[in-house]
Ligand binder design. Structure first.
Ligand SMILES: [Zn+2]
Length: 605
C-alpha cells in the first residue's frame, strides 16, 4: 500500500498533537544494604477514568512466567498536591487508582537479591536491574516515552551502564516506549568500561562496549575485551555485517562474582551476562561462551524475530514453536564462532559436538517429540519454578540442544550435498527477515532454505527433522569432516543413567533421579525414591559400577529393591552403554581435511 500525501500530513499533525509528556521514573537506594530500592513514578496527563498499573509476569528473552509482583510492597499513590489517593490491589501484581485529577505519583518499595538476567539485585556494591523485575507499568500508557533518573549514584560511587539513551539531564536516560524500556537492563556499579568502534559494510561506525563489574583491574578487563572484539568480528563474518544498533551502540553488561547465578540475557542493543567465577583473570576462555551466544542473538531473535514473540506479552508468556531456531541455532553458532576464532581446541570442540549429539540421541524426549513441540515446552521449563515433580527426564529435550543438533545436521548436509554452508542460510534469513525486521514463522524459514537449495530438500528436511522426530545420520555426516562418531564404552553393561545417593548411616542406595524410558532400571519397575538393595547376588552399597563389570550387555539378572517400604523384585535386562564420543580419524584424507577446515577455520577477512 502506498501512503498518500494527505494521509502523511494527517499523521504528522496527529503525532504533533499527541506528542506526549514522558512518564517520569525515579529509583533511589536508601536501604541498599538490605536489598531495597524506592521507586517513584510521576505520571502526567493521565486519561480520565481509573488508572491501572502493575508488575510484569514475563521478561524479554525469557519464555516462562515469573511472579515479579512478589517483591513489591508499600504501594502508594498521590495527587499533584501530595495528598494520598486510595490504591486498590486488584490482583497480586495489579493495582488501580480510581479517582485522580490528571497527574498521579506512585511510590513503592522493591526488594531484589538475585544477580542474573531475569531478576534484580541491590546492595552496596551495585544495583543490577532487569526492568520487568523492578518497575511497574501502565497498560493504557505503554506507547508513551519513559524517562528514568538514577539517584544515589555518588553515595555508592556507581556509574550507569545500559542501552537506554542518555539525556542532557544528570543520570537521566530515556526510552521511546514501554517495550524498549523493559528491554533495557541497567547495571549501576563501579565497573570498567572498554569500548571500540566497528566499521560496518556501509562505512558507518558503531560503538561496541564491554562494561565489566568484577574485582579485576582495568588491564585484565582490557585484555578480555580484546578477546570479545575478536569474537564480535568472527560473528560478524557469519552474516557479513553487524546489525544497525539503535543509537549506534551495543553494550555487554558483565557482572562477575561467585555469588551470582550464571546467566546470559539478550536484548536489542545489549546483553546482561552474570558469571559465577570469582573474577575474570584466569577464566577468560570459560567466560566467552555466554558472550558469543548472546551476541549472536543481536541478529538471531532480536532482529530475525519469530512472529510468535511479537507483540511481547508482559503479563503472561508468548508460546513459540521456533525456539529450536532462535535458541538452538544460536547455541550451535555460539560454540562454532569460538572454535573459528581460535578459543576452543579441536578436542574441546569435539566434546561440544558429542555433548549435543548425546543430548538428543540419548534423550527419550526427542524420540517422541519434535523440536518445534519442545520449543513450546519452554513456557514451563525456562527457569519456571514449581514445587511438584515432573517427567521432563522422559519427555523433554532442551530446544537449545535439539536446535543445535539440527543446525549441525543442516550445516553438514548443505556442505556435503550442495556446496553451501549454514552461514549461507543464516545470511539469506538475515536478508529476508532480519535486516528488514519482518518476523518469521517456520514456513518462512523453509522457503528461504528452498530458495537456496530446492523445494524438495527444504520440505523433506523440515517435515522430517524439525516438525517430525526423525534424525539425520550423524555418523555418515561427520565422516565428511574426517570425524568418527562411535560408542564411548563398547561392551559396558548399563542399567541406564541414574543418580544414587548412598546413605552413610546404613549404606543403602536411593535412586534420586527419574529413571529413564528404554533402560533396564525403568523396565524393571524401579522409580525415583526407591532403594536398590541387591543386583544379582551382590548387595548394593555404592558399588554399582563394580557389580556391573561382572556382566555383559544382553544378560538378564534379578534385582531387589524397596518401594515405599515394600520389598520388590524384578529383572534387569542389561543394555550396552549408549554414550557416544567424537574422535578425529587419524587417517582422514585431504578431501576430509579440506571439508573440516572450510567448516571450522576463521572467516574473518
Ligand atoms: Zn539464548
Amino acid at each position: 500500500m502506498r501512503t498518500s500525501l494527505y494521509l502523511l500530513l494527517f499523521l504528522f499533525s496527529t503525532l504533533n498533537l499527541s506528542a506526549q509528556k514522558p512518564l517520569e521514573y525515579r529509583i533511589s537506594f536508601p536501604n541498599a544494604v538490605h536489598h531495597e530500592a524506592n521507586v517513584e513514578l510521576l505520571i502526567p496527563d493521565v486519561p480520565a477514568g481509573p488508572l491501572t498499573f502493575r508488575m510484569s509476569r514475563s521478561s524479554p528473552g525469557r519464555y516462562a512466567t515469573h511472579e515479579f509482583g512478589k517483591n513489591v510492597y508499600a504501594v502508594k499513590a498521590f495527587n499533584e498536591q501530595g495528598s494520598e489517593l486510595p490504591v486498590i490491589q486488584v490482583e497480586g501484581d495489579v493495582y488501580r487508582v480510581d479517582k485522580h485529577n490528571g497527574t498521579v505519583r506512585i511510590s513503592y518499595t522493591v526488594f531484589g537479591n538475585w544477580v542474573d538476567g531475569t531478576y534484580l539485585a541491590i546492595d552496596e556494591i551495585h544495583a543490577h536491574l532487569n526492568m520487568p523485575a523492578a518497575f511497574m507499568w501502565f497498560p493504557l500508557l505503554s506507547g508513551r516515552p519513559i524517562q528514568i533518573k538514577f539517584n544515589d549514584l555518588n553515595k555508592y560511587g556507581w556509574k550507569v551502564a545500559t542501552q537506554l539513551k542518555p539525556t542532557e539531564l544528570e543520570d537521566t536516560f530515556t526510552a521511546p516506549d514501554l517495550n524498549y524500556f523493559m528491554d533495557s537492563p541497567v547495571e549501576l556499579s563501579d565497573h570498567h568500561l572498554i569500548s571500540w568502534t566497528d566499521k560496518n559494510t556501509n562505512n558507518t561506525e558503531q560503538l561496541i562496549r564491554v562494561s565489566s563489574h568484577s574485582v579485576d583491574n582495568k588491564e585484565v578487563v582490557f585484555g578480555y575485551a580484546k578477546m570479545v572484539e575478536r569474537m564480535v568480528k568472527e560473528s560478524k563474518a557469519v552474516f557479513g555485517e553487524l546489525p544497525r544498533f539503535d543509537h549506534g551502540t551495543y553494550t555487554f553488561l558483565q557482572d562477575v562474582s561467585k555469588d551470582n547465578a550464571g546467566d546470559g540475557m539478550e536484548h536489542r542493543n545489549s546483553t546482561v551476562i552474570s558469571d559465577t567465577q570469582n573474577k575474570i583473570a584466569g577464566n577468560e576462555e570459560d567466560l566467552l561462551g555466554t558472550f558469543s551466544h548472546e551476541f549472536f542473538h543481536a541478529w538471531n531473535v532480536e532482529r530475525i524475530r519469530p512472529k510468535t514473540l511479537e507483540p511481547f506479552n508482559f503479563s503472561h508468556v508468548n508460546v513459540s514453536s521456533e525456539l529450536w531456531f532462535a535458541e538452538g541455532f544460536t547455541q550451535y553458532y555460539g560454540d562454532l564462532i569460538l572454535k573459528r576464532a581460535g578459543f576452543l581446541s579441536n578436542k574441546q570442540y569435539h566434546g561440544v559436538l558429542s555433548g549435543i549429539i548425546n543430548g538428543v540421541l540419548n534423550n527419550p524426549g526427542s524420540a517422541d517429540f519434535s523440536a518445534s513441540q519442545m520449543s513450546r515446552r519452554a513456557v514451563f521449563v525456562d527457569a519456571g519454578v514449581s514445587v511438584d515433580r515432573n517427567n521432563y527426564a522422559n519427555t523433554f529435550t532442551s530446544y537449545y540442544t535439539y536446535g543445535a543438533f539440527i543446525a549441525l545436521g543442516l550445516d553438514l548436509r548443505l556442505r556435503s550435498e550442495f556446496k553451501l554452508t549454514l552461514d549461507d542460510f543464516m545470511q539469506a534469513v538475515w536478508k529476508k527477515h532480519g535486516k528488514t525486521e519482518i518476523p518469521y514463522s517456520i514456513p518462512d524459514l523453509q522457503n528461504v532454505l528452498a530458495a537456496l537449495t530446492n523445494t524438495g530438500f527444504a520440505e523433506d528436511f523440515f517435515s522430517r527433522y524439525v516438525l517430525g522426530t526423525e534424525k539425520n545420520d550423524y555418523v555418515k555426516l561427520l565422516t565428511h569432516a574426517g570425524l568418527e562418531l562411535r560408542k564411548a564404552e563398547p561392551g559396558k553393561a548399563s542399567i541406564g543413567s541414574l543418580r544414587l545417593y548412598v546413605n552413610p548411616a546404613d549404606g543403602k542406595s536411593r535412586v534420586v533421579s527419574s529413571t529413564i524410558k528404554g533402560t533396564a532400571a525403568y523396565e524393571a519397575g524401579i522409580d525415583m525414591g526407591d532403594y536398590i538393595l541387591k543386583i544379582g547376588d551382590d548387595a548394593l552399597n555404592g558399588n554399582l559400577d563394580d557389580i556391573l563389570k561382572k556382566y555383559k550387555p544382553g544378560e538378564r539378572i534379578p534385582v531387589t529393591f524397596e518401594h515405599k517400604g515394600k520389598v520388590k523384585t524384578g529383572t534387569l535386562n542389561l543394555r550396552e552403554s549408549n554414550l557416544l564420543e567424537l574422535l578425529e580419524n587419524e587417517k582422514a584424507n585431504s578431501e576430509q581435511i579440506r571439508f573440516k577446515n572450510d567448516w571450522l577455520s576463521s572467516k574473518i577477512k
